[in-house]
Design a protein. Sequence first.
Length: 268
Amino acid sequence: MSQNRVLLEERLSHNLRKLELLHLESRLDALLEEKGFSGKSLKEQLNLLLEEEITFRQERAIRMRLKLARFPALKTIDTFDFSFQAELDKEAVLSLFGLSFVSERENVILIGPSGVGKTHLAIALGVSACQNGYTSYFTSFQMLMENLRRAAESNRLRRKLLTYCKPHVLVIDELGYLPMDHHDANLLFQLVSARYEKGSIILTSNKTYLEWGNLFPDEGIAAAILDRLLHYSKTIKISGQSYRLAMKRKMGLFDSMKQSPNRRTVIP
Ligand SMILES: Nc1ncnc2c1ncn2[C@@H]1O[C@H](COP(=O)(O)OP(=O)(O)OP(=O)(O)O)[C@@H](O)[C@H]1O
Ligand SMILES: [Mg+2]
């Protein structure tokens, strides 16, 4: 390579770095070959390169949002088998993926028994939000309450509530497995109030609304929480059978377990 060419390469790298076009800097030669640049005008070539950088940045931002969301597994709507839940309102579920509930700061409540896909759909909505420029954060209800309790004990509740208010979508998974005492209910009230009309909550629960009354220690606080949670909200009820059990049945596991009572395995 001639001296001039080496200098040009160095200048180009330096300038791309300075403009923080890091993807172009690291892949420029490969991109120029891949894209079949010959025969294109200078403007077309420039535009192609800039689009490459933009796509790279968008994908990196999505990866970052997904990482920060702390989803326990990556679930999408594409892998949700609607034919398995024939009674589920497919149109209502799919319309949620338009994400207007996020821009309108509404809540989504997914209710149904164990294994019917509540967490799957909640994660899929959170993932979709991340892919479309919104931030999400996933927490189990239990972990949420532990963190709020710990924050309250050490005088950090206000700050903790603010961090739970930051994401556009807060997924709270599994309300209803454990009853709440007054302190817990008060903490939940503060969280729901803090996010009210400011950001969406996606909540999953294995209890029906009628049963929710028993989760809270008194009617006043139950009404205050439900009022805020349900005011702007969409409810998806799933009443079908457990996908987990169906898969086990399909693999022949469930029946063989039932037939051998001495086995210790517990079917979740
Ligand atoms: N209709 C479905 N199509 C594809 N996979 C499904 C479907 N329903 C559930 N699953 C899968 O079955 C497993 C259990 O579903 P999920 O965890 O969403 O259930 P859940 O309603 O949250 O249950 P739980 O109340 O016990 O937490 C997951 O791996 C999920 O991806
Ligand atoms: Mg679940």
